[in-house]
Design a protein around this ligand. Sequence first.
Ligand SMILES: [Ca+2]
Ligand SMILES: [Ca+2]
Length: 409
Amino acid sequence: MLQDVILDAQKRQNKHRYAFPVYINKQRFRTMKHLKDLALLLFIFIATLACTSSDKTETALPDYETVPEINLPDGFKIHVYADDVDNARSMVLGDKGTLFVGSRTAGNVYAIIDKDQDYQADQVIVIANNLNQPNGVAFLNGDLYVAEISKIWKFENIEDHLNSPPDPVLVSDNFPTDGHHGWKYIAFGPDGKLYVPVGAPCNICLSDDEIYASITRMNPDGSNHEIFAHGIRNTVGFDWHPEDGTLWFTDNGRDWMGDDLPPDELNRAPEAGMHFGYPFCHGSGISDPEFGDQRNCDEFNLPVQDLGPHVAALGMLFYTGDMFPDEYRNSILIAEHGSWNRSKPIGYRLTRVELDGNSATSYETFADGWMQNGSPWGRPVDVIQMPNGSILVSDDASGTIYNITYSND
Ligand SMILES: [Ca+2]
Ligand SMILES: [Ca+2]
């Protein structure tokens, strides 16, 4: 089942290496006799590493060729991190720096390696293929978790076996087999549980089986599988607030209510058992034409922020890095895949939601240009943060991973 495909390494530009100067007096080192001195030395070494790694001038990125179609706020730049990543969807970083990327129609899972840490990939390896829409990837304790439509697999100790991956271990097959909204985003929460949504198997419907239109969670071995939240049409991206650990998620609104209804949603789920309205209520109080007479909108948890109608809000990220300007800290970046159920397409961009506590204070475009003159050439799917505070964006239309950086120079 497994096939390695190694693609040509991209040309390196402005080769960059990190330098960690350690200022140790050699004479003192030779005469050192006591363990206390060794401990002090170790402290100085670690402190020097910490100081150096937070020094933006030491870790400044090379001046890569930008992607000219993409518009960003002043000071931000975008370059191609990896291409030839067919149908690139959800992303997760391994402990050793490997970027894992799922796909839908391609059926592949990729491992992307940046050997010299210059934020340009050197190798793209297909570590699994012929899977059933393996959109979701998650990482825990050295193991890569991959979600097909009805199954969760685990590739153990994956980063030590990228060129000859082990056969995956089945974690769970406790999910419906419906293809409609069946592809999954997955992630581990701060509680150590794997969160796995199950989309509605339709545009608008009320299912007898309450696992549909939910977010579920389970232990890493698949045990104690339970429904965490209800009334969610199709979430394909979530993250946990960096300060209080609560789950926030995007949800895709229903189709065929016109160009401007209903909105997509940004929601917050601080506890288990909450209901977010589907199929009865959409956005911040729009009663469904078919199901709205059964239950009232005030029975449900309404969104923190209504997003654009039909924008297909997918991956989202609480930004916690040091690279971007201070006002970006703890704000939310959202990948909007772009509309299909709208006469004039919108989306095909990254948006940003600023918060004051748990309330949204703004919802604005952060990056656009994947659509030119009404014609999309790229579709953002997921956004993750890198160790240096830059972000990666996946694009399943062009099979590209981009890196967005900031400098105030
Ligand atoms: Ca590289
Ligand atoms: Ca809702």
